[in-house]
Design a protein around this ligand. Structure first.
Ligand code: NAG
Ligand code: NAG
Ligand code: NAG
Ligand code: NAG
Length: 396
C-alpha cells in the first residue's frame, strides 16, 4: 500500500461545463506510472476500471510524456516545451525559488476563460515559493491534498457521474507523468530504461481518452501525441481559444483522437538539457554538440545525444525473462533508432545512417536556438517551514 500511495498520486482536474453542449473534462495524471503497469499492457497488476474505460475509448499507443514530473506537468499546463519555460534541468525542488513562468496562461486559465469551473486534486509540482505560482492562481477555482487508491477512486468518479447522468457528457483523459522508477516497484517492459532517462522507458507513456463524444470509440490510436498537445486540444474541446499564450509547442489533436487520421505532430523534442554533465567527444562541427544531453523524434526516427541514463531492459518478475544490461561504452554519446520498426531501442543505427543523424542534429540545433536559459536556482534558506508556522508554502 505504501508503494501505491507513492506511485499513484493522481492529479485530476474536473472541469464542469457551463453549457450542456460542452463536455465536462477530467484529466487524470498518474505519478511515476510505467508503460507495462496497466491491464491492457499485460501487467500482473489488475486495473479493471482503467481497462474498461480505455477499451470503450481510444487507447493512445504512440503517446509521449516527459521523463520526470515537473517537465511533464509544465508542458501539460503551458502547452510549451520545457526549453521554452526554463525547466530543462530536473524537477522543481521544494527548497528552490522556482516555478512555471507566469508569462503565459495555463490550460486551466484558458478553459476557465471559456466559461468552465476548474478544480484540481493531488500533486502540483510547478512551484509554490510565491503565491502567484499556486494552482489557485494558475487557473484553478479550487485545489486539494492526494489520491492513493487511484483505480478505485476513478471507478468512484465514473460511478458518481453515471448516477447523476453526467457520464455521457464527460471527457476523461488518463495519462502517466513519466515512466516508472524501476527500483521502486512497477515496470516499463518491454521498453528500454526508466524514469528520468531519455530512453523510451522514461517517457513512452500510458494514455487513453474516454467519452461519448469520441467518434471512434473502442479503437487503438498509433499517432504521435505528446503531453504538450493537451493544452490546445482541451481548450479547443472547451470551446475556448489560445489567444494570449506564448507560442505553443503542442498541437490540437482532437480530430486525431476522436476520428483517427494523421497526427499534425511530425516532430517531438524530448528535451535539451545543457546543465547535465556533457559526455564523450564532440562528434560533428557546425551542428548540435553531441556531448549535450538531448533527444528528439522526427517522424519514426529518434536521436539521443549526451548522457541519457541507464539503458537496461528490466522485465517484470511474472514474465521470467532475463534482464538485458546496458553495455554501451562509457564515452558513447550518440544513438539513432527507428522507433516504428524498433520501439524498444535494441538496434542503434547512428553509424549506418549518417545523413539522418545530421538532419536530426540540425533540428536539435534549431530548437536549442529558441531555448531560454535553464532556471535551476540554489536552495533558498528562507523556504524553511520553521519560519512559516511549520508548513510548506509561499515564502517570498
Ligand atoms: C470508493 O467508494 C467506496 C464506496 O463509497 C468507498 O468506500 C471508498 O473509500 C472509495 N474509494 C476511494 C479511493 O475514494
Ligand atoms: C484574440 O486577441 C485579439 C487581441 O486582443 C483580439 O483582437 C481577438 O478578437 C481575440 N480573438 C478571440 C477569438 O478572442
Ligand atoms: C571540428 O573542427 C576542429 C577545428 O577546425 C577540428 O580540429 C576538428 O577535427 C573538427 N571535428 C570534426 C568532427 O570534424
Ligand atoms: C544499469 O542498470 C543495470 C540493471 O539494474 C545494472 O546492472 C547496471 O550496473 C547499471 N549500469 C550502470 C552503469 O550503472
Amino acid at each position: 500500500m505504501h508503494l501505491a500511495a507513492c506511485l499513484l498520486l493522481c492529479a485530476c482536474c474536473t472541469v464542469l461545463s457551463a453549457k450542456s453542449s460542452r463536455p465536462n473534462i477530467i484529466f487524470i495524471l498518474a505519478d511515476d506510472y510505467g508503460f507495462h503497469d496497466i491491464g491492457y499492457h499485460k501487467s500482473e497488476i489488475k486495473t479493471p476500471n482503467l481497462d474498461k474505460l480505455a477499451a470503450a475509448g481510444v487507447k493512445l499507443e504512440n503517446y509521449y510524456v516527459q521523463p520526470i514530473c515537473t517537465p511533464t506537468r509544465s508542458q501539460f499546463m503551458s502547452g510549451r516545451y520545457q526549453i521554452h519555460t526554463g525547466l530543462q534541468h530536473g524537477i522543481i525542488w521544494a527548497v528552490q525559488p522556482n516555478g512555471l513562468p507566469l508569462d503565459s496562461p495555463t490550460v486551466a486559465d484558458k478553459i476557465k476563460q471559456a466559461g468552465y469551473s476548474t478544480h484540481a486534486v493531488g500533486k502540483w509540482h510547478l512551484g509554490f515559493y510565491k503565491d502567484g505560482y499556486l494552482p489557485t492562481n494558475r487557473g484553478f477555482d479550487s485545489y486539494y491534498g492526494m489520491t492513493a487508491c487511484m483505480d478505485e477512486g476513478i471507478g468512484n468518479i465514473t460511478a458518481a457521474l453515471s448516477a447523476t447522468g453526467q457520464l455521457e457528457n464527460t471527457l476523461i483523459v488518463f495519462s502517466t507523468d513519466n515512466g516508472v522508477q524501476i527500483h521502486a516497484g512497477g515496470n516499463n517492459w518491454p521498453l528500454r530504461g526508466w524514469k528520468a532517462s531519455l530512453w523510451e522507458g522514461g517517457f513512452h507513456g500510458v494514455g487513453f481518452v474516454y467519452g461519448d463524444m469520441l467518434k471512434n470509440k473502442g479503437t487503438v490510436n498509433n499517432q504521435l501525441i505528446h503531453v504538450s498537445d493537451w493544452f490546445p486540444t482541451l481548450v479547443g474541446v472547451a470551446g475556448g481559444n489560445t489567444n494570449g499564450t506564448k507560442p505553443l509547442d503542442g498541437f490540437d489533436q482532437w480530430k486525431t483522437i476522436s476520428e483517427g487520421g494523421a497526427s499534425p505532430r511530425k516532430e517531438l523534442l524530448h528535451n535539451i538539457d545543457i546543465l547535465t554533465q556533457p559526455k564523450g567527444a564532440k562528434l560533428f562541427n557546425n551542428t548540435f554538440d553531441t556531448r549535450i544531453r538531448a533527444a528528439i523524434r522526427v517522424g519514426d526516427w529518434k536521436l539521443i545525444t549526451g548522457s541519457p541514463g541507464n539503458g537496461s531492459w528490466i522485465p517484470p518478475p511474472h514474465l521470467s525473462k532475463e534482464t538485458i544490461v546496458d553495455t554501451d561504452d562509457k564515452e558513447k554519446n550518440l544513438w539513432l533508432f527507428d522507433i516504428a520498426k524498433d520501439p524498444n531501442e535494441h538496434n542503434d543505427l547512428s553509424a549506418s545512417q549518417p545523413d539522418i543523424v545530421k538532419k536530426l542534429l540540425d533540428r536539435l540545433e534549431y530548437y536549442q536556438k529558441t531555448a531560454v536559459p535553464p532556471r535551476y536556482p540554489d536552495p533558498d534558506p528562507k523556504c524553511d517551514p520553521k519560519l512559516h508556522g511549520g508548513v510548506w508554502g509561499p515564502w517570498e
